[in-house]
Design a protein around this ligand. Structure first.
Ligand code: PLP
Length: 449
């Protein structure tokens, strides 16, 4: 870990010359050159170390460089680095078995992809073919991936530039009491009104035209809004009533993040299709997939499924998933996330909210938390406007810089900071991060009215 600024400068120079980054104006970004990472930390070439409260992009659920997963990848590389998807391969078979044993209900078949967006694409393809219908419904406050169907299902502004492909997508409002689209004042009211709104939207769209409703079990990037207890069961009932496939997107919320293997377990709801990625192997090698219910799997028993990927179930990625799931079982990582949420993150964040005028709401569960930063607790006006950039975004930029200066890498989206560390972060590390947030929030407080 000896600082090596010269190598760092070379890494940065080649990046700026040749790497085209996601979601960015290429001339306006300044990516940090990262020298290494371990557990809950990463560090640069200058000797600065950061506590990672982002888990990458919410994927390192067991932290960086877990030795057992690294060893499993090395062993798989030594024995069978790659193999085509049409064969039965030990790592793939074992990964599918371990995942299917953990997904709820009869979600017993796994179609592997390289990541979350492809999982969503293929889940929607399955739903359309299974029902013979075309339309798909999704929530405004959502993110489902960057490919054509997935970005069109997404609600957030990243969709706007790609809206040309939106044909067949209808959006609705899901419950979010703090900024209730239904003018509700209680969770029960929010839940009832959101379900009524959804049913009316289905009625006016024409139930027989709707193939699927897709929802994140707990919406992630859009703000970690845990739905009221009755919402997902209510959506399940509507899907059953109208013959609509329920797709729950667990790409971010799955694999321990919420303190259960899958977030839908909190609500006792079993979807017809469940998409996953990220935490399935802590993001060590790209992997995602769709867990498929029996009745949808049967549709493709004697009729080919018209979809596939060269690297579906890549052995290296699957070996990483097998090792990750085994580590999560052996080390009780799912229980750790639940315990961390209940004993450290929730009380610590609520205490920050009491003292800081800029914290409008704290919400979440497990290792999955959001702080809604506001100009005023009373009016709930967001600290920065929706989709702000440049000078408009100055308060959040100042808050982010204050975190980084103190050795904490924060997750920031619009007027929110998400606290999404590895699920196995230690109590001491989590408290270290909360202490930095406490100091950085004083910077955000300066922008309150
Ligand atoms: N679905 C959800 C809920 C996500 O959070 C994401 C990524 O953040 C995706 C889908 C897309 O996954 P990927 O970026 O692996 O394609």
């Amino acid at each position: 870990r000896t600082p090596d600024p010269q190598t760092g400068a070379a890494v940065k120079a080649a990046d700026r010359a040749h790497v085209f980054h996601s979601w960015s104006a290429q001339g306006l970004i300044d990516p940090l050159a990262v020298a290494g990472a371990e557990g809950s930390y990463f560090w640069d070439y200058e000797g600065n170390r950061f506590l990672d409260f982002t888990s990458g992009l919410v994927f390192t659920n067991i932290g960086y460089q877990h030795p057992k997963v690294v060893a499993a990848i090395q062993e798989q590389a030594a024995t069978m680095t790659t193999f085509a998807p049409a064969f039965a391969v030990e790592a793939r078979s074992e990964a599918a078995r371990l995942i299917a044993e953990r997904t709820p209900g009869d979600l017993d078949k796994i179609f592997f992809t390289n990541g979350g967006a492809e999982a969503v694409e293929n889940a929607i393809r399955m739903a359309r073919l299974h029902t013979g219908r075309h339309k798909v419904m999704s929530a405004y406050r959502s993110y489902h991936g960057g490919t054509n169907t997935a970005i069109n299902l997404t609600g957030d502004p990243r969709r706007w530039a790609s809206d040309s492909g939106s044909a067949g997508v209808t959006r609705f409002w899901a419950p979010f009491l703090y900024r209730s689209p239904f003018h509700a004042t209680t969770e029960a009211e929010e839940c009832a009104r959101a379900l009524k709104h959804l049913e009316e939207t289905i009625t006016f769209e024409g139930p027989a035209t709707i193939a699927a409703i897709i929802l994140e079990s707990v919406p992630g990037t859009a703000g970690i809004m845990t739905p009221p207890a009755g919402y997902l069961p209510g959506v399940r009932a509507l899907c059953d009533r109208y013959g609509i496939v329920l797709v729950l997107d667990e790409v971010m919320a799955g694999f321990g993040r919420t303190g259960k293997w899958f977030a839908c377990e909190h609500f006792d709801v079993v979807p017809d299709l469940l998409t996953f990625a990220k935490g399935v192997n802590s993001g060590y090698v790209p992997l995602g997939g769709v867990a498929i219910s029996r009745k949808i799997a049967e549709t493709f028993e004697h009729r080919p499924f018209p979809g596939g990927l060269t690297y579906s179930g890549h052995p290296l990625a699957c070996a990483a998933a097998v090792a990750t799931i085994n580590v999560m079982e052996e080390e009780g990582v799912v229980e750790q996330a639940a315990h961390l949420g209940a004993t450290v993150l929730e009380p610590g964040l609520r205490e920050l909210a009491e003292r800081h005028p800029s914290v409008g709401e704290v919400r979440g569960l497990g290792a999955f938390w959001a702080l809604e930063l506001v100009r005023s607790k009373e009016t709930r006006e967001p600290l920065v406007p929706y989709n702000a950039s440049g000078a408009d975004n100055a308060p959040m930029a100042a808050f982010g810089a204050a975190c980084k200066k103190r050795g904490l890498w924060p997750f920031i989206n619009m007027n929110r900071t998400h606290v999404v560390p590895p699920c196995n972060i230690t109590e001491a590390e989590a408290k270290e991060g909360l202490a930095v947030l406490d100091e950085a929030l004083t910077v955000a407080d300066e922008y309150t009215v």
